[in-house]
Write a protein that binds this ligand. Sequence first.
Ligand SMILES: [Zn+2]
Length: 391
Amino acid sequence: MNVFDRRYELMPRAELEQLQLERLQAMLVRLKRNVRRHRELIGETRLGSLADLSRLPLTAPEDLAQSFPYGMFALPLREVIRLDSIAGPGGQPLVIGHTRNDLAQWGRLVARQLVASGVTANDVIQFCAGGGGLRSVSGYMLGAEVIEASVIGDDPFHIDYQLAMLQSYRPTVLVTTPSNANGLIHMMAQRKIDPQSLQLRSILLSRPVDQATREQLQSGLFAAVRCNFGVGEILDPGLSVECQAGQFHAHEDQFLVEIVDGELVVTTLCREAMPLLRFRTRVACEISREKCSCGRTGVILKPGRRLDHRVLVHETPLYEGQIAGVLAQSRAAGQPFEIKVHERHVEIQIRMNSTLFTDMVWPIENLRHEIESEFLARLGIAAQVRFVAPR
Ligand SMILES: [Zn+2]
């Protein structure tokens, strides 16, 4: 059976819940001692059982943004050896810190996914995550080191070069995003390259996809597809493992998961640099406690849509406010606009008023170029701007 950490992944429920309670109590002590915000919020609340968790305060992404950069750290900065930054609510930056132990644990959690996907020390892993996927690549690299699989330490942005690497290095595992996987399939079809001529056995996708997409990618790249479900503010990858039965098991020895009003709420149990108490992930989710044929005892997460205004453009997470922000600082500021999000670009329709409206084409063309290059420069995404006449 493909299980990396039999002790924790297969731990009987009663034992697992006892472990969670002990780890939670220790974590609360650390939080109260070291993070001012929590000292005040937790107060004298004591936990006799896991059910008491609901008496503790929730943490929202906005709380992380307000404590930017280091207000949520539970250790002095000198003990934090990696700082990852991600886009928080409305595009404000958030910092996620890791100690040496945090990174080592992250590697072991990702190793669970690699082993569940059949990856071994004999495999060669290629990354095709591009741009926004850098953090997830660093997680997979840590996991690959743990199981001693070889990695190609390069993640070129160009799909053309990716394809050349697939043909020359002959990797057996590809870590990628659904849209890059699609891009590769299209390019191989154009160049009449048979996917069976590659050595790929496994595709590890950065996020969950529906069954139809999974099958299409499987046949297009002639390899088995496994998905990741993670949360950027916590660990992504590394929150859960997709087993051979296609279920996402939460790593419950490391995280406490709850559903509050349909939203996934996660408490980290062992994180040192930045423990999170009842963090609202803004992801709609259901939890199933059915027994799974794989034998793992961690609850099954069934993630759904985002509950905030975050969208993915070319796999880069963006908030609608960030898109509006680029327009607000352009010469088209104040004009009514509509945004349509496509897989690889955003389409923006701007309604001109009489000051913008002109019979001449070039000022409008200039403005369009200006806005489109601002989107590329500031958000790293392609935009297609169209102007429509005033009503
Ligand atoms: Zn399972």
